[in-house]
Design a protein around this ligand. Structure first.
Ligand code: ASP
Ligand code: CP
Length: 322
């Protein structure tokens, strides 16, 4: 898939815009720069006069809302066009939808789609828009990974966003997870070592080609880790739905962040989860809330909070690239 990475002139403002499609293939300097900017960015009016549209063809609580807050924090106007309310339901194509928004003077669109590659397609066909990928199928969720890198850098006092020496376990449905794919690319690019863990049906050995370790044993995955990132099983992406795993009880016992595992890890280890969580399945409620006595620290709410500043930095990077 080719994605336009160079900045383009915006039709409405004549200024340069650029896109954010994925972590893979993007320069580590740009990505580290976004995380560093996110760590210090303050609200202001630097994007006043700009209009940001959220265009979500899949459900979202965190990503869409944090993008709206981020745009408003920087003085931009926001408009929302989501599934069930747009003329895509009347047969209009996504490309026509994006071109229509551009014709109204929209400067950036934040897109989430069920099919991988939709943000890249829109960026190629409507070059005046800054296109930001808010999650496309199983492919990429770059702003989630950037926010997670910020949360890790803060937790381990890495102001320079160099994550060398940190070991991260990513646990769950890695095969179907765009969060895993983007985090693997970013965290290894920033110097961390990553181990992926889950059942053989959800974690393929071929993931090793991404530069990570693969195991199907939680004991092995959690050995010597600093960070454990738990992921939801992407039931909606399987024809069998909840049948993607044979037993929820067995899954929790083998791969869940149970209270017992949280206690064994201790407070020096942090637990993360991009959300939404399926409490009692991949993570016990007390472990998610950081309420296990002597247990691992939970950064799940911090990830959400950092989502706002990360998306402020991304909007600035894409709309004011110079
Ligand atoms: N919210 C994240 C995503 O949209 C993770 C998830 O849904 O499990 O990819
Ligand atoms: N983490 C994440 O992308 O959450 P939403 O699906 O709620 O946006």
């Amino acid at each position: 898939m080719t994605t336009p990475r160079e900045s383009r002139l915006s039709a409405s403002t004549g200024r340069r815009v650029r896109h954010l499609m994925a972590i893979s293939g993007e320069s580590i300097e740009r990505l580290r720069g976004i995380v560093r900017l996110a760590s210090r960015i303050e609200p202001g009016d630097v994007l006043s006069g700009k209009t940001v549209a959220t265009v979500f063809f899949e459900d979202s609580t965190r990503t869409k809302t944090t993008f709206v807050l981020a745009a408003q924090n920087l003085g931009a106007r926001t408009v929302d066009l989501s599934t069930g309310a747009s003329s895509v339901n009347k047969g209009e194509t996504m490309i026509d939808t994006a071109a229509t928004l551009a014709a109204m003077g929209v400067d950036a669109i934040v897109v989430r789609a069920r099919q991988a590659g939709v943000p890249g397609l829109l960026a190629r066909h409507v070059p005046s828009l800054a296109v930001i990928n808010a999650g496309d199928g199983r492919h990429a969720h770059p702003t989630q990974a950037l926010g997670d890198a910020l949360t890790i850098a803060q937790a381990f006092d890495r102001d320079d966003v160099d994550l060398s020496g940190l070991r991260i376990a990513i646990v769950g449905d890695i095969n179907a997870s765009r969060v895993a794919r983007s985090n693997i690319a970013l965290l290894t690019g920033l110097g961390a070592s990553v181990v992926c863990c889950g059942p053989t049906t959800l974690v393929s050995p071929s993931l090793r080609s991404l530069g990570v370790d693969v195991t199907h044993s939680m004991d092995e995955a959690l050995d010597g880790v600093n960070i454990v990132m738990m992921l939801r099983i992407q039931f909606e992406r399987y024809a069998s739905g909840r049948g993607a795993i044979s037993s929820e009880r067995e899954y929790r016992e083998m791969f869940g962040m149970t209270e017992e595992r949280s206690r064994q890890l201790g407070p020096g280890v942090v637990v993360m989860h991009p959300g939404p969580t399926n409490r009692g399945l991949e993570i016990d409620p007390a472990a998610a809330d950081g309420l296990v006595p002597g247990g691992a620290r939970s950064l799940i709410r911090t990830q959400v909070t950092n989502g706002v500043r990360t998306r402020m930095a991304v909007l600035l990077d894409c709309l004011n690239p110079n």
